[in-house]
Each structure stands twice: as structure tokens, then as C-alpha cells.
Write a protein that binds this ligand. Structure first.
Ligand SMILES: Cc1cc2nc3c(=O)[nH]c(=O)nc-3n(C[C@H](O)[C@H](O)[C@H](O)COP(=O)(O)OP(=O)(O)OC[C@H]3O[C@@H](n4cnc5c(N)ncnc54)[C@H](O)[C@@H]3O)c2cc1C
Length: 319
């Protein structure tokens, strides 16, 4: 109920105006967001790397309304790739297709994406396309297939275990040249397309992890690149310890090397669990968002765990 409320709130312009202007909210958001600029993100990622964590950086933004904004986002992401290179971070990039103009014109989005992929390829880096709500699943997968057909091997996408279609989507994707991050899914979806019950979403997550490991096995378990940027390996994105234990057990059954998959978690969430996994020699990549367009991202984080509100408010009053 509360989850749906926060996701609904995330799409309201008046609520966005009210909350983003609030100084309290701007301070609260720093629990989940590295800061406003790429320099802020670089500083955060440098520390994560020193702790043995990998990163993927995300310039916040979605549902871009003008082609000028889509161009600006494209240039910012290209700048982020350059900053990663210059500072030698073990980090790749995540982005949203709606940020690159998908809702305006699919061709604008493809052009922007290929500029980013070209830059990333020249710098030996990798780009992960985040998955948005189910109205964009088909077009996102089509654009991924198009990018792979264009010869880009440095791109992957996210799949969501709450969607009924996901297991079928995997089976129909070519094994070579396709790499996935699996998450549960963060949007409000109707029961016509997504499992309404969390237990079903979890069971489907475990089932899909197995499908991803089978694909990896068919390719002789490709491993993480030396630079820590290039994963043609499955990304298991969850903070759910039961899901993580299931993936570890499957890895053992498949006799998979530890750098043939990576766990992925969000910046500011379950930091102790991230470090425990690193100590056990698993790869862990942290998703590090930055920028001023934090509102929707922040609301989705509250939706996942409404207790965050009380945590944040109580910490605020302690200061
Ligand atoms: C690296 C990464 C990338 C993602 N990319 C996408 C994407 O492209 N598209 C998409 O739809 N979704 C994406 N998500 C979000 C995802 O779909 C889930 O909404 C989110 O990860 C919460 O689900 P969970 O698997 O952690 O499990 P849950 O069952 O929701 O949570 C398990 C436990 O994790 C902790 N936890 C989870 N969320 C929070 C939170 N917000 N604050 C504090 N503690 C929390 C709690 O301890 C909770 O008990 C991504 C998640 C990660 C980690």
C-alpha cells in the first residue's frame, strides 16, 4: 500500500516541486545519492574502490521532455566516462533510455545511445541500460538488440523478476553478446503484467538466476575484466539475503568461479552486507547515482522501504 503510494507520488509534478525545494529533503537524499556533480560521484567511488567494491555510476534523470535535455544528458554521461578513465576507477555506467529521449523520439534515443556506446568502447568501458516501467520493456529490449547488431559488445540491460515475461525474454535472447542485471523491479505494475505477491517475485528471481548461470556456463563462464568495468557476466542486483544465499549455492552447484558473476547493490543500502560479501571474495558492484534530478529515484527508495522515512527523520532530529 505505502509502496504504491510513494511510487504514485514520484510521478506528481507538484509533489516533486515541493519536495525538491525542501532543504531537509536535499540533505536526506545524500544517504542514497553521491552528490550533485560527477566530481562528487568520483570521490564516493574512489572510496568504494579502496574498500574492494566495484561501481556503476548513474547520472540521475528520466522522462526527458526536450531533445536539448536529452543531448545534455548524453554529454554528461560521456563526461562521466571520461572522468572514470582519468581517475582510473573500477566503474562502468548505468543510464535510462527515457533520459536519452526515448519518450520524444526513438531515433533521437538511438543516436544518443550510440554516441555513448562509441565513447565507452573507445575507453574500454561498459554501459548498462536500466529497465523502466513495463510500457518501455519491449522498446528497451528492441534497442538493446539493435545496439548489439550494430556491433556494440559493451552494452547490457536490466531484467525484472516481477514481470511474468522475463523468463521467456531470456530464452529468446541470443546467448552470445547479451549480458543482464537481474533485479526484482521498482515500479507500480498491474497484475496483468507482474506478480502481485512478493513470494512469487522472489521465486521467479531464483529461477532466473539459474537461467542466467546456465547461459554463462554455455559460454564457459566469462569473467570480470581486469579493469573491473566490463561485465559480460550476470549481475545479481538485490539486498535480499535469501536471494543472495540462493545465488551462492547455485554458484557452487555450477562450480562457477567467483568473478564469473557479481552482486550489485544500491549506494547507501546494506553497506555491511556489501562488505561481508567482499570479504568472502565475491564481486560486489555498487550503483552510485549523482545529479540534481534525484526526486523519482529517492521516492522509489522510500517505496521499497517506508521505514527509511523514520530512519531519516529520526537522524535529522538527532543532529
Ligand atoms: C544495482 C541495482 C540496480 C537496479 N536497477 C533497477 C532497474 O534498472 N530497474 C528497476 O525496476 N529496479 C532496479 N533496481 C531496484 C530493484 O528492482 C528493487 O526495487 C530494489 O533492489 C529492492 O529490492 P531487493 O531485491 O533489495 O529486495 P527487497 O525484498 O525489497 O529488500 C530486501 C532487503 O533489502 C533491504 N532494502 C531493500 N530496499 C531498501 C531501501 N530502499 N532502503 C533500505 N533498505 C532496503 C531491506 O533490508 C530489505 O529487507 C535496482 C537495484 C539494484 C540493487
Amino acid at each position: 500500500m505505502l509502496r504504491k503510494f510513494f511510487i504514485w507520488l514520484s510521478r506528481l509534478n507538484w509533489a516533486q516541486r515541493l519536495i525538491t525545494k525542501s532543504k531537509i529533503a536535499s540533505r536526506m537524499v545524500l544517504r542514497f545519492v553521491a552528490g550533485e556533480s560527477i566530481d562528487d560521484a568520483v570521490e564516493v567511488i574512489r572510496i568504494l574502490n579502496q574498500q574492494g567494491l566495484l561501481a556503476t555510476v548513474d547520472f540521475l534523470g528520466e522522462d526527458t521532455h526536450t531533445s536539448a535535455d536529452a543531448d545534455d544528458a548524453t554529454q554528461e554521461i560521456i563526461g562521466a566516462l571520461e572522468a572514470i578513465q582519468k581517475t582510473e576507477l573500477r566503474c562502468n555506467v548505468s543510464l535510462k533510455l527515457s533520459q536519452l529521449g526515448l519518450m520524444l523520439d526513438e531515433q533521437i534515443c538511438r543516436t544518443n545511445l550510440s554516441m555513448i556506446l562509441n565513447k565507452a568502447a573507445a575507453l574500454g568501458n561498459f554501459v548498462r541500460i536500466d529497465m523502466e516501467d513495463s510500457s518501455l520493456t519491449d522498446v528497451s529490449l528492441t534497442i538493446l538488440s539493435w545496439a548489439v547488431e550494430q556491433g556494440f559488445s559493451n552494452v547490457g540491460i536490466v531484467l525484472q523478476s516481477y514481470l511474468y515475461r522475463t523468463a521467456d525474454d531470456i530464452q529468446t535472447m541470443p546467448i552470445k553478446g547479451m549480458t543482464f542485471r537481474l533485479c526484482k523491479g521498482a515500479y507500480n505494475e498491474p497484475a496483468t503484467v507482474a506478480f502481485p505477491q512478493k513470494t512469487d517475485v522472489d521465486a521467479n528471481f531464483d529461477k532466473i538466476v539459474k537461467l542466467l548461470f546456465e547461459r554463462s556456463k554455455a559460454l564457459n563462464f566469462p569473467c570480470l575484466s581486469e579493469s573491473g568495468r566490463y561485465p559480460s557476466i550476470p549481475g545479481i542486483a538485490t539486498h535480499d539475503e535469501v536471494r543472495i544465499q540462493n545465488a551462492i549455492q547455485l554458484m557452487e552447484e555450477f562450480q562457477m568461479p567467483r568473478d564469473a558473476m557479481e552482486f550489485q547493490m544500491l549506494y547507501g543500502i546494506r553497506r555491511e552486507l556489501q562488505m561481508e560479501l567482499v570479504e568472502q571474495k565475491y564481486q560486489v558492484r555498487v550503483y552510485v547515482p549523482y545529479g540534481t534530478h534525484w526526486y523519482r529515484y529517492f521516492m522509489r527508495r522510500l517505496a521499497e522501504r517506508p521505514a527509511n522515512i523514520w530512519f531519516i527523520v529520526s537522524n535529522f532530529f538527532k543532529k
